[in-house]
Ligand binder design. Sequence first.
Ligand code: 0X9
Ligand code: ZN
Length: 315
Amino acid sequence: MTLVKSIPKTPESRISFTEYQRYDEVRQYLSQLASSYPSTVTVQTIGQTYEGRPLDIIQISSGGDGSRPVILIDAGIHAREWIAPAAALYVINQLVENAAESALTDSVDWHIIPVLNPDGYEYTFTDERMWRKTRSRASILCTGVDGNRNFDFHWNEVGASSYPCSDTYAGSEAFSESETQALRDYILANANRIKLYLTFHSYGPYLLYPWGYTSELPDDWETLDALARQADAAQQAAGGPSYAIGSSTNVLYAAAGGSDDWTKGVGGVALSYTIELPGGGNQGFNPPASDILNLVTPFFEAVRVFGQYVADNYG
Ligand code: 0X9
Ligand code: ZN
């Protein structure tokens, strides 16, 4: 009966993609990678959550003395969107452990925060599977802030709520949350190197670019649009679904205070995208663990296109 559990994991995968991982397991995986690949992997803590969990980022670099262009990825700002951290872990796994993918790190560094809201993420395992927000208790009424309404760019203007019990509560002020502060500070500190930002969500499939606060398009929307279409085509060729592509407001809904808008509008990262991975399960946010690989494997082909673009244009 215990035989199945005793089958050793293959040497190149210290992490499973047939189960969703708890935050402790995620952190353990990152630190294992740092010890196994000391010349390419660094793990840093960029802040603490409201409940005191360390917020880890993994930096993957094949060299270049810290001057190469960076692709920044985060996932899991929304707690219940489990496929997003799983996809980030898969990207980490491929970039670090799959020697066949080493070209992707030849001239570009990848900085990845696989779980940006670990308090909320853990809460979805222990208490409430459909929890979305952080777990901060600033209000006596209700717990949590929507991290993706908490960024200081047209904050709380549209598609967000001032009511602490709402799932889209923008917070008592912009950057009220330690998790969004940590991301803000990291982006500002590395603004000269970050050329592309991806934030993983679910559920879609949507490939969204700014703006989310207005139906106006950014000046460079054609560049954003063309690259998104190329990424979509690549993952479709690998068996993925057809992503809807456009600005957040025009394709999904208007919602201000998102990390994508702030990163472009204030952080100065021209290429900024929200990726809504495909959904699953009876509530959209809960694809069965047995579907993780089917979802993230084609998706990696989209990530490859973003990586190639940054290598070609900034590498
Ligand atoms: O509403 C959101 O925060 C995102 N959708 S989700 O279902 N994952 O919650 C979309 C965010 C798009 N970007 C902006 N509105 N800035
Ligand atoms: Zn989301």
